[in-house]
Write a protein that binds this ligand. Structure first.
Ligand SMILES: O=C(CO)[C@@H](O)[C@H](O)COP(=O)(O)O
Length: 232
């Protein structure tokens, strides 16, 4: 491991190891990257290596063209989706993709997660958005880049720093943050929100969304007053 990227690779490794620790994915499912915006590179988990065999030395450093800058293995199959998010959303230092059970369940039905309660409103002030299902011709093309573009399209009128998570229809969740650690935190929050919403809807299929006044109160208490809720 070169000294230049040692810190970035260690950051990516530590964040990836939080995925199994938090029960957000099994085996090789999912991936986390850490971004160094000054150098224009990210460090990401290699493809197909189970978490219990990963080391910091295995992390792959990739530039925003997708070219491997350093590393022995193949970067995660979702790398190009991570690249689209770093290139399009300002202020990101980490991106996470998981197959966490409840969030993936909502994604597989193509359903945004309704903002039912204050746990949700403490973290974001709108439903967790869900992308459109990908068109067949897009699936045949550069699938991972298209996945990123679907997310960007879904955030056309949203602020990704206010809503740091999304469901990709038929696939699973992505989350992000100012660094890789915060991105994993947001992925764990998303899974908990998804689980609570599933239980809420199961107990009462017609459960109402949290009233706007409570959404604002809880979101503002944690994040300060923001002029727009879920909007740019
Ligand atoms: O989304 C997927 C597959 O649908 C990925 O999360 C894989 O489950 C992990 O891929 P690698 O990171 O090992 O390439």
């Amino acid at each position: 491991m070169s000294a230049t990227y040692r810190e970035l690779r260690e950051r990516a490794f530590t964040a990836n190891m939080e995925i199994p620790r938090r029960g957000l994915a099994i085996y090789t499912f999912g991936n986390v990257s850490a971004f160094d915006r000054d150098r224009g590179v990210l460090a990401i988990k290699p493809s197909g290596v189970p978490y219990d065999r990963l080391s910091a030395d295995d992390m792959i450093v990739v530039d925003l063209e997708g070219k491997v800058v350093e590393g022995r293995l193949r970067p995660s199959s979702d790398t190009r989706t991570h690249i689209v998010l770093y290139a399009s959303f300002r202020g990101l230092g980490g991106v996470v993709h998981t197959h966490s059970t409840y969030a993936t369940g909502w994604a597989q039905t193509g359903t945004p997660i309704p903002i039912y309660g204050t746990t949700h409103a403490d973290h974001l002030a709108e439903d967790v958005p869900c992308t459109e299902v990908m068109r067949p011709d897009a699936v045949e093309g550069d699938y991972e880049t298209e996945t990123g573009k679907q997310i960007i399209e879904c955030f056309r009128d949203r602020n990704p720093l206010h809503t740091p998570m999304v469901l990709v229809a038929g696939h699973g969740p992505f989350a992000w943050g100012e660094d890789a650690e915060k991105a994993v935190y947001n992925a764990a929050v998303l899974e908990e929100i998804a689980r609570m919403a599933f239980i809420t809807r199961t107990i009462h299929p017609g459960a109402a969304r949290l009233p706007d006044a409570l959404v604002r109160k809880h979101f503002d208490r944690k994040h300060g007053k923001k002029a727009y809720y879920g909007q740019k």
